[in-house]
Design a protein around this ligand. Structure first.
Ligand SMILES: [Zn+2]
Length: 345
């Protein structure tokens, strides 16, 4: 699935992306440039859930994708909404769902399944949402069969969140440390070899560190917020952020209210809270390791209104500029870093 870039595809990517960056640097006032359907910055979201029902429920998928497009996103990590009752052969179930998603994309012509930076830029040029397939589910991801990784690669899966009820099989946890089991090590190295991003979100801190150390490729925390900046229930400690950044990884901030507010707290000032977390990571490891993974669910559940309304991305950009983020920095956080990583793995 992952092939070396053809010269033509590479040139097309450079042309499209170079064009957007060049024009962005000339004028950032409205965040858009004329003469191309691609906005600047391109908004790429590493992690969403498009509803809890199966992708076969085309209505939920279609409406959720419309919801996210209306909010200005151009590419989204689409957490495959696997029917949890059928886990005997998860890759087969997923392949079936992906096939139906593919059919829906042909029927609607509003989105397209994507995998590479060139795909994303082409989708944008075509005025379509780029859907990047990801897995975050609770059971049956690997079973005891590391070769399932190969099947996921064949079906174009971009990333897999390691948390699930199997993670005890992948990692041995001790009081202060954790280590990968032989199966866990095998799975990480296969994911590395196949260009599937390892997502450390939701693991315990010591497990995150063990996975980062074992991975030969950059890892992502696709929807994780720093505990050191107010995400009190998040296991993302500064030590993990530093280790992930050292490997070239990306911390993608979730917009989920539970990472921005304490339970029962009034959800006011969500953008400000998010920016405090962004500032924290920028100070700790630099702008090149930041992204967004909104964790948007179907119809915006669990995301505070300030970050879920149609003006949210525009409001966020304005607030970032006010805090001193340059146009280039804003582009990096809201999409360019993620796009870069897609090309690196
Ligand atoms: Zn999650």
């Amino acid at each position: 699935m992952r092939q070396a870039l053809s010269l033509k595809a590479g040139l097309r990517f450079l042309l499209l992306f170079g064009l957007s960056v060049g024009i962005a640097n000339k004028g950032q006032s409205d965040g858009l440039f004329t003469g191309s359907p691609c906005p600047v910055p391109l908004i790429l979201d590493g992690h969403t859930h498009m509803g809890f029902s199966s992708a076969t429920s085309g209505k939920v998928a279609a409406e959720s994708l419309e919801y996210i497009t209306e909010r200005g996103y151009r590419a989204v990590g689409f957490g495959m909404p696997v029917d949890r009752r059928d886990l005997t052969d998860l890759p087969a179930t997923l392949a079936d769902e992906i096939g139906q998603l593919q059919e829906l994309s042909q029927e609607l012509e509003t989105f397209t399944l994507s995998r590479t930076p060139e795909d994303v830029m082409q989708a944008c040029a075509d005025g379509k949402l780029a859907v990047l397939l990801t897995i975050e589910t609770f059971d049956g991801v690997f079973g005891t069969e590391p070769e399932r990784v190969d099947r996921y690669e064949e079906m174009g899966i971009l990333s897999i969140t390691l948390v699930n009820n199997e993670h005890d099989r992948l990692l041995d946890r001790h009081e202060r440390t954790a280590e990968l089991t032989p199966l866990g090590r095998d799975i990480i190295s296969r994911m590395n070899a196949k260009g599937i991003l390892v997502d450390i979100t939701h693991l315990w801190p010591q497990e995150m560190l063990a996975v980062v150390a074992a991975s030969s490729q950059p890892v992502i925390a696709s929807h994780s917020n720093p505990q050191g900046a107010g995400a009190t229930n998040s296991p993302l400690f500064d030590e993990v952020i530093e280790a992930a950044a050292e490997k070239g990884g990306l911390i993608m901030l979730s917009f989920n209210a539970s990472y921005l507010f304490r339970e029962g707290e009034d959800q006011i000032g969500a953008i400000n809270r998010l920016l405090n977390q962004m500032d924290h990571i920028r100070t700790l490891v630099g702008i090149d390791h930041l992204g967004i993974g909104t964790d948007l669910q179907a119809y915006g559940q669990y995301v505070p209104d300030e970050l879920g309304r149609t003006s949210a991305i525009g409001d966020l950009q304005a607030a970032m500029a006010e805090r001193g983020y340059s146009p280039a920095d804003i582009q990096k956080v809201l999409g360019r870093n993620f796009l870069r990583l897609l090309g690196e793995i």
